[in-house]
Design a protein around this ligand. Structure first.
Ligand SMILES: Nc1ncnc2c1ncn2[C@@H]1O[C@H](COP(=O)(O)OP(=O)(O)O)[C@@H](O)[C@H]1O
Ligand SMILES: [Mg+2]
Length: 355
């Protein structure tokens, strides 16, 4: 049952992946529209910094970090939000801190404010974390994720593991140790390793970092448990991956790369959408017309059909890629005459996806 229709009816998390510009955001939003029509309460999460989703959904004020309910055809609901890494991280700190005092100490810390959000993997981890939180949120029964348009888009699959690795890192352990022993201040001057790091990054940064890790004491368990829960959710059967590609050779290659990444993580593609295909205008008449204007139209039609056939052949290669199991369906969506920046155009895409 590897069809979009089946996934939309049964999945609790749908992840749209593919390279930039292929239409992930558009497809994610169209899936959301259909979900609402099927009576599901869906939320679309975009981690794409571009404001395209807001455009497509007709939210002129833009989307924020909190879910916003959109005015769409029922009986279900459609909500949308734009992931804000910093706010999500703050919420996670508050939820895991032993008390308000510990939370405030971390939130006010210079290392946390300036460095933590920029550490590699943080954004991906927060995306995974948010996905998990929304999945538990009683307001929704389907979370649709629109991944960012980068090769690192699937890093959030590894992100929960990254946070565990970080917690197990010897440097982290070293920084945590003094508080475990009950010492209040870690003496940078007496630790040769820290002295060296301090010389490189500057004493203030290091002092902030040390204070951050000390303030973090006791929260590792909570973070680790969350990270494991996120991994379990991504690997469970209620999460399905929708691979979006356009029929151009480079984006098909990129889509194969994504499928491979999923496969490495022990996951599989659940459905393929090939977007922005050459539309079909039917078969040309059996013989080429004599009149010049009609002959030109005939030639155009023949050329379009040749293009469409080539695209289909190229894109069909995706179905034999590692990570795309046998039986996965491809849905072909033609290029519309204009961009998809209105609810009406989005509804057209939905109808093309679901017939
Ligand atoms: N089938 C389509 N026909 C016409 N324009 C499309 C179609 N699908 C997407 N677009 C347009 O292409 C652009 C890129 O789509 P978008 O969904 O933002 O891609 P991504 O999220 O993968 O970067 C947008 O301007 C969108 O309106
Ligand atoms: Mg996008």
């Amino acid at each position: 049952m590897n069809t979009l229709r089946h996934h939309l009816a049964t999945a609790e998390v749908l992840v749209c992946c593919g390279s930039g510009g292929v239409g992930k955001t558009t497809i994610a939003a169209a899936l959301g529209l259909q979900a609402a029509r099927l009576g599901r309460r869906a939320v679309v999460v975009t981690i794409d910094p571009a404001k395209r989703l807001a455009d497509a959904l007709g939210v002129p004020g833009g989307l924020g970090n909190d879910p916003l309910r959109l005015d769409v055809e029922g009986p279900g609901e459609l909500w949308a939000l734009m992931l804000d890494t910093a706010t999500t991280f703050d919420g996670l700190v508050r939820a895991n801190a032993a008390d308000d005092e510990q939370a405030e100490r971390i939130l006010a810390n210079g290392f946390y404010r300036n460095v933590a959000g920029g550490l590699s993997g943080t954004q991906e981890y927060m995306a995974a974390e948010r996905l998990h939180a929304l999945h538990l949120d009683d307001r929704f029964d389907l979370v649709i994720v629109d991944t960012p348009p980068t090769r690192n888009a699937l890093d959030f699959l590894d992100a929960p593991g990254t946070i565990s690795k970080f917690i197990d890192h010897p440097l982290f352990k070293l920084l945590m140790m003094p508080t475990r022993r009950g010492l209040k201040v870690l003496n940078i001057a007496t630790q040769p390793l820290l002295r060296t790091i301090g010389r490189v990054v500057g004493g203030d940064v290091l002092a902030d970092a040390v204070a951050f890790f000390q303030a973090f004491a006791g929260m590792e368990t909570g973070f680790r448990a969350r990270a494991e829960a996120v991994t379990t959710l991504l690997q469970s059967d209620i999460t399905r991956f929708v691979l979006v590609a356009s029929p151009r050779e480079d984006t098909i290659e990129e889509a194969s790369y994504f499928a491979g990444r999923l496969h490495e993580a022990g996951l599989e593609v659940g459905a393929v959408v090939v977007n922005r295909c050459t539309p079909s205008f039917g078969e040309p008449p059996a013989t080429r017309p004599r009149a010049a204007d009609k002959a030109a139209l005939y030639d155009n039609l023949v050329e379009l059909n040749v293009n469409a056939a080539t695209e289909r052949k190229q894109a069909a290669a995706l179905l034999t890629t590692t990570g795309v199991p046998k039986g996965v369906r491809t849905t072909w969506v033609p290029t519309l005459p204009g961009d998809v920046h209105t609810m009406q155009a989005l509804a057209t895409i939905r109808d093309l996806l679901f017939g």
